[in-house]
Design a protein around this ligand. Structure first.
Ligand code: GLU
Length: 507
């Protein structure tokens, strides 16, 4: 139904329709605290943030918790932490406050009550006494006759006398807003001109429930107005509600903000990005060792809004670079798929950058030390600062995330051989000789193919049984019976650690 009545503009028309930004820019991210931040929410928050920063504006966080039954304890704190981790800082919000607070809707109930009274007074809203049973009946009848189920606006017609009687009888009621076909078009900053007559598919919506809590539509409009929101950028799933919201603004005689709806982002296979999938929670990406910049590039590649040219390859941008480039006219007006190659490649590139920068390198070293200490608790661990630094410098460019370093194939990096390795005397001599010869090698000779040749030549020249010797070397270098090749281990451990471990075994 919506599709038939929507008219979507071309890119050029969108620019023609653009209103110049005249008011100070104030945008908001308005999640419901029903769980943890997921990729869809992060995308909305990110695009609001980029829009705010690129227009010298302010970013507001508002918690929309009027549906108390869906509220999850601790969700606000977790959400703010995820946003901050991603680099998104809000100027006003429940934790830091601000001029237009409170920023949690359940703390603003008296404001909504006052606003509802205004709408009743000016004839735009009315009390509805229809029971759940009647509503259910209407719905079932509509379905039976293949109509769209919608409220028949029965209580619009109640007289003041009817209303007083019902109230005196103690009948409970909700408040409904009178819909009309006015204002059925608006200019969407992303989609262009949108025409949608809400009365075709909906009866008058409830704006305040019988428990005194407002519904999303009322609270959202009232707060956007009172919080001086200039631009509403939100997921396209809310586009269908926007003409209804504009009617509410009209009923209050308020100027509506500008609206821009962000298209759906989908999984790589084109399926819906579901909140229920554990792997789209920001926390999951954090646990896996993803960097914020990788996640932000992942999302922004899909959503558009930048100068990226297809065919340029994967270029990872920093948040300030994204702010510089952001242009709402370039946001995709079609749904886009996430591409996990972008996520991993951006993480790999970020790891290279972080290893290069002494400040971030220090933090990485600490992260790795913590991971190693937890993973190999109780074992003979080697995770000195110098050693971790060498490993990180080797891994930059090769690995996707630092967590890869604690996978079983890299255990030898951290777990020292046990002290009681029994070594045959003849091999002990060979190991001491090997240490001496290795110490003459330049650092750049510690490369796997060169080392492989070196070990072969060394064994031949000294008449050493190659396979048995390699077994000892593996045990000494890694304390393990399996793992990567010896020359590869030596390359990663580098000269000093390799010699140190060998000497230690034969001391
Ligand atoms: N509370 C709504 C949500 O959970 C906000 C929609 C809007 O931004 O208007 O997404």
């Amino acid at each position: 139904m919506l599709k038939q009545s929507l008219f979507v503009c071309t890119f050029a028309q969108r620019i023609l329709f653009r209103n110049y930004v005249t008011k100070p820019v104030r945008v908001r991210f308005a999640p419901s605290p029903t769980g943890y931040l997921h990729l869809g929410g992060l995308r909305t928050a990110l695009y609001n943030y980029l829009f705010a920063l690129s227009n010298n504006g302010k970013m507001i966080l508002r918690i929309e918790d009027t549906d108390q039954s869906r509220k999850v304890d601790g969700a606000l704190e977790a959400l703010v932490e995820d946003l901050e981790w991603a680099g998104i800082k809000c100027d006003e919000g429940p934790l830091q406050g601000g001029t237009y607070g409170p920023y949690i809707q359940s703390e603003r109930c008296s404001i909504y009550q006052e606003m509802v009274d205004k709408l009743i007074e000016n004839g735009s809203a009315y009390r509805c006494f229809c029971s759940d049973k009647r509503m259910d009946l209407l719905r079932r009848e509509a379905l039976r006759s293949q109509q769209i189920p919608k409220y028949d606006n029965k209580c619009r017609k109640l007289t003041q006398e009817d209303i007083n009687d019902k109230i005196n009888n103690g009948q409970s009621y909700c408040i409904r807003f009178k819909l009309s076909s006015d204002c059925s078009t608006f200019e969407d900053l992303v989609y262009g001109s949108i025409a949608y007559d809400v009365t075709l598919t909906e009866g008058d919506p409830v704006i305040m429930k019988s428990d005194g809590y407002p519904t999303y539509h009322l609270a959202n409009v009232v707060d956007d107005h009172l919080m001086r929101i200039s631009h509403v950028l939100r997921g396209v799933e809310w586009q269908i509600s926007t003409t209804k919201h504009i009617l509410l603004y009209k009923a209050f005689q308020w100027e509506p903000p500008q609206f821009g709806h962000l298209p759906l982002i989908m999984n790589a296979d084109g399926s819906k990005l579901s909140k229920r999938q554990g792997d789209i929670r920001v926390q999951e990406f954090r646990k896996k060792g993803m960097f914020p910049s990788a996640l932000i590039n992942y999302i922004s590649f899909a959503g558009g809004g930048f100068n990226r040219v297809i065919g340029d390859g994967i270029i990872s941008y920093t948040l300030p670079e994204l702010v510089d480039q952001f242009n709402i006219d370039r946001v995709n007006a079609h749904s886009s798929k996430l591409n996990s190659d972008i996520l991993t490649e951006c993480n790999r590139l970020e790891l290279i950058e972080q290893v290069k920068n002494p400040k971030t390198l220090d933090a990485l070293i600490k992260d790795v030390q913590n991971l190693v200490n937890v993973q190999y608790r109780g074992k003979n661990i080697q995770a000195s600062k110098e050693h971790v630094e060498t490993v990180l410098k080797w891994s930059a460019g090769r690995l996707i995330h630092v967590r890869d370093l604690i996978s079983p194939s890299y255990a030898f990096l951290w777990v020292l051989p046990n002290e009681d390795i029994q070594i045959d005397d003849s091999f002990k001599k060979a190991i001491s000789l090997l240490c001496a010869e290795l110490s003459y090698l330049e650092n750049d000779a510690f490369e796997r193919t060169k080392l492989k040749t070196f070990l072969k030549v060394f064994s031949n020249e000294n008449d050493i049984k190659f396979n048995a010797f390699m077994k000892y070397l593996r045990k000494i270098l890694s304390g393990l019976d399996e793992g990567p090749g010896i020359s590869e281990m030596m390359e990663i451990l580098q000269k000093n650690t390799t010699i140190e471990r060998l000497k230690f075994a034969v001391k």
